[in-house]
Design a protein around this ligand. Structure first.
Ligand code: MLT
Length: 316
């Protein structure tokens, strides 16, 4: 009898999805509750299911000689060394649409909190004060500028329509309009946006895309929201820009180093910081788990994959 291929689950995924994987034509080895077992599981792994804890780097790939598939239960593949995977012919799949609604909702929560000036009001009321008076603005009439105009930003733009906000976007990979959002250069976006909202994938080219120069070009008092990847924003420069009043405040779900160490940024009264939970709703996690399990099962059956991430320099 042919030996079953081994699927190693390195990070916790949705329980129902994991159970379904266990009914597939494979042997599932779930080491997600004990990462110290991963190294021992790698030599026989045919597929590896990860979320964000496990970094699929060159060293890990070298320790997995039979590895054929990496399934990332999330969107970003910056935690996977795509070049090393491509060199070995290892296919990488993700769950590109699983968290769209959740990240869109978190972004809009941030916009409303920032624009309305609610943070200081929540803090002062909690401290026992009763500070009424004009507070913030309406989202209606504001301009939201998306840095990166993929699936998530487009969904936010669609949802912002009924709020009466204007949307503009900068994305070097989107050359013609896909909806009513106006495509502009980064300079124009920075100059026109009341909220600069970051939604780009992290690449070696866009590290610290929002730096001191970019903040200096922003509308005075405009806000920065980052729900994509921390390294897209120079956090030290952002803190300076908030301190000088150039930037009105920021909402950050992601950080260059996670967990973040910069207490001055995290504790700043004009900063909302959350622990990278954009995709962490029950719904998004159920979809992410289910989508990658579908892909692993397709791969095991030899069926075409639907969410293969193109290797660097290649096309899908
Ligand atoms: C993603 O890329 O899917 C999100 O940032 C969440 C995660 O990394 O798990």
């Amino acid at each position: 009898m042919e030996e079953l291929r081994r699927v190693v689950v390195a990070d916790p995924i949705d329980a129902a999805a994991l159970s379904r994987l266990c009914t597939g034509p494979c042997e599932v080895m779930d080491v997600s509750s004990d990462p110290s077992r991963l190294l021992g599981a790698l030599p026989t792994a045919w597929a590896l299911v990860v979320r964000s804890r496990t970094k699929v780097d060159r060293k890990l790939i070298a320790a997995a000689p039979a590895l054929s598939l990496v399934a990332r239960a999330g969107v970003g593949v910056d935690s996977v060394d795509m070049a090393a995977a491509a060199e070995r012919g290892i296919r990488v799949v993700n769950a590109p649409a699983a968290a769209t609604a959740s990240v869109a909702e978190l972004s809009m929560t941030f916009y409303l909190l920032l624009v309305r000036g609610l943070l200081p009001k929540v803090a002062s009321t909690r401290a026992g004060r009763w500070e009424r008076g004009t507070s913030g603005h309406e989202l209606a009439g504001r301009t939201v500028g998306f840095v990166g105009y993929g699936r998530i930003a487009r969904e936010i733009a669609r949802r912002l329509g009924p709020f009466g906000a204007t949307t503009i976007a900068f994305d070097p990979f989107v050359r013609s309009a896909v909806d009513t959002t106006e495509l502009v250069s980064l300079e124009v976006l920075l100059a026109r946006s009341d909220i600069v909202s970051v939604h780009a994938a992290l690449t070696p080219e866009n590290h610290h895309l929002l730096d001191a120069r970019a903040f200096a070009r922003m509308k005075p008092g405009a806000f920065v929201v980052n729900v994509a990847r921390g390294a897209l924003v120079d956090e030290a420069a952002l803190l300076d820009a908030i301190g000088s009043g150039r930037v009105g405040g920021a909402a950050l779900d992601v950080f260059e180093e996670e967990p973040p160490m910069n207490r001055a940024l995290l504790e700043h009264p004009q900063v909302i910081a959350t622990p990278h939970l954009g995709a962490s709703t029950a719904e998004a996690q159920a979809r992410a788990g289910s989508d990658v399990v579908d892909e692993v099962l397709r791969a095991l059956r030899g069926d075409p994959l639907t969410a293969e991430v193109a290797p660097p320099g290649g096309s899908q």
